[in-house]
Design a protein around this ligand. Structure first.
Ligand SMILES: NC(=O)c1ccc[n+]([C@@H]2O[C@H](COP(=O)([O-])OP(=O)(O)OC[C@H]3O[C@@H](n4cnc5c(N)ncnc54)[C@H](O)[C@@H]3O)[C@@H](O)[C@H]2O)c1
Length: 252
């Protein structure tokens, strides 16, 4: 019998990195509510998380709306009695060049990535303050500092998430609420095609995994990270540390 100690909400928790975060936290004994707007993905996630069904809930909710954000956060408090971790992971990631960017997809990206992060945090703060503290972990991206053509909405939204993190850390710190942001590089969570070259721009020589992200979320939620807040943490195998693979002879 797993001893439930802490509780969490993971947005976008029915697929991809979010699902792995849910599985990882549940395996560690946390009670977890996963909120995702994709009903089919929620049904699949419920099946795949059956081993943890006594302390995992999966609900359909659009966290980019005030009602959806409250449904996720208040649902976890109603089910588990408290909220120790909010992981804002849900995101939209369109690929569009600025010149022809649809205003609808621009706004949708900000609605999910930025509004959703703010609305879920807003819903979580009173619960965390009343219980004497908590941890909010926002999933940003290295695209928030190192963009790519076609990623204007996504990159700008992730830069916003990083600055939102710092601002909320300033506001919530006195209530014992820590707020941090993880900025992953390339994370492979779908089946590899098998024909992919070893990435030469990543010093560690591989893409990240969803488990790499989940371990860091778990650490940031733990007492071991008790003095960390306002941190924007790169998790990219060294991809943005500098130029990889410059030979000694050619180096300046
Ligand atoms: N995969 C990568 O390489 C990578 C790299 C850097 C950062 N990230 C970040 O990691 C996080 C997860 O990425 P992923 O690759 O697993 O994405 P994904 O698209 O595979 O999964 C995102 C999940 O969020 C859900 N979602 C989207 N909008 C929602 C909404 N309004 N309400 C509720 N749920 C919603 C989707 O249904 C989906 O299940 C995102 O924040 C992403 O920006 C991913």
């Amino acid at each position: 019998m797993i001893q439930v100690r802490k509780t969490a909400v993971v947005t976008g928790g029915a697929a991809g990195i979010g699902l792995e975060i849910v599985r990882h936290l549940a395996a560690e004994g946390m009670a977890v509510l996963a909120a995702d707007r994709d009903g089919d993905a929620c049904a699949r996630a419920t099946d795949s998380l059956a081993a943890y069904k006594d302390h995992v809930r999966v609900i359909v909710a659009d966290i980019g709306t005030p009602d959806g954000a409250r449904a996720a956060v208040d649902g976890a408090v109603a089910a588990f009695g408290r909220l120790d971790l909010l992981c804002n992971n849900a995101a939209a990631h369109p690929f569009e060049m600025v010149e022809g960017h649809s205003l609808d997809s621009w706004r949708e990206t900000f609605r999910v990535n930025v509004d959703g992060t703010m609305l879920c945090s807003q819903a979580a703060l009173p619960h965390m303050r009343d219980q004497g503290g908590g941890s909010i972990v926002n999933i940003g991206s290295i695209s928030g500092v190192l963009s790519y053509a076609g990623g204007a909405a996504y990159a700008a939204s992730k830069a916003a998430v990083a600055m939102f993190t710092k601002t909320l850390a300033l506001e919530a710190g006195p209530d014992g609420i820590r707020v941090n942001c993880i900025c992953p590089g390339t994370i492979r969570h779908r089946s590899p095609r098998g024909d992919e070259d070893k990435p030469t721009h990543i010093p560690l020589g591989r893409a990240g995994t969803a488990a790499d992200v989940a371990y860091l979320v778990s650490f940031l939620a733990s007492d071991a990270a008790g003095y960390m807040t306002g941190a924007v943490i790169t998790l990219d195998g060294g991809a943005t540390a500098g130029r990889a693979r410059v030979s000694k002879r050619r180096a300046p």
